[in-house]
Ligand binder design. Structure first.
Ligand code: ADE
Length: 228
């Protein structure tokens, strides 16, 4: 998979992909990521990329041309499956969207700043709009990093233990069961006996029960999704 991110503040994205699972995925050749500075595609003096909004009002709007020139440059070299704009008024990111996107080949992510991007880009160029939650951030870079992480860890071969993504919270509309590590008794705080029993079937049953219990307690609406 290849992901190209368009940003007015590429420095914000210099670190999130250079560590841990994402770094390993890139080293294994399972995923490539490129961050492009939108400013490099401006043909205006001072590399301008934003302007006042028509009709008046506070806040600048990102102009069509630099973003479009960057997308055209990338699209002339390969086909993209989706051109995604990160925006608080997009579709709310969930595990199912991450699963679908992890099966794609090439993606472009566009990060907005200021008041957003010119609406005509959204009408004619953007193919999907994603929000990472019902709150407003200063730009699309952190949401883009969240989206990339949620997608890349699902690419087959990225996680060492192939089954570990499958047992994540949300992967089957259930939250995860609690987990424990050594010591088995920390000053009287004990690990549940069943996990020490070595009885695989009982452990699976216990984990499933705990997952259902936790989901009912904390996120009952997830269980309703499951019935539909
Ligand atoms: N840009 C600003 N806030 C955002 C959000 N919540 N999700 C996606 N993009 C954003």
């Amino acid at each position: 998979m290849r992901i190209d991110i368009l940003s007015a503040v590429p420095e914000l994205l210099s670190s999130p992909f250079s560590h841990s699972i994402l770094k390993r995925a890139a080293n294994k050749g399972l995923f490539e990521i490129y961050v492009h500075n939108i400013r490099d595609f401006s043909i205006l003096p001072h590399k301008q990329i934003d302007d006042y909004q028509f009709g008046g009002g506070a806040g600048m709007v990102m102009m069509i041309e630099p973003i479009l020139r960057c997308i055209e440059h990338l699209s002339s070299e390969r086909e993209y499956d989706e051109i995604i704009f990160l925006t608080p008024d997009g579709e709310l990111l969930n595990q199912s969207i991450a699963n679908q996107l992890s099966m794609k080949g090439n993606l472009i992510l566009v990060c907005g700043h200021y008041k957003g991007i010119d609406e005509r880009l959204r009408e004619h160029i953007i193919t999907k709009e994603i929000s990472i939650g019902n709150y407003v951030l200063s730009g699309g870079e952190l949401p883009a990093a969240v989206l990339v992480d949620s997608i890349v860890r699902l690419i087959p071969g990225v996680l060492n233990d192939e089954t570990s993504a499958l047992s994540d919270s949300f992967q089957d509309d259930l939250l995860s069961a609690p987990v424990y590590t050594r010591p088995a008794d920390y000053n009287g705080w004990k690990v549940p006996d069943v996990l020490l029993s070595g009885h695989k079937a009982n452990i699976d049953i216990w984990r499933h029960e705990k997952a259902v219990e936790r989901t009912l307690e904390r996120r009952p609406e997830l269980l309703k999704n499951k019935q539909n």
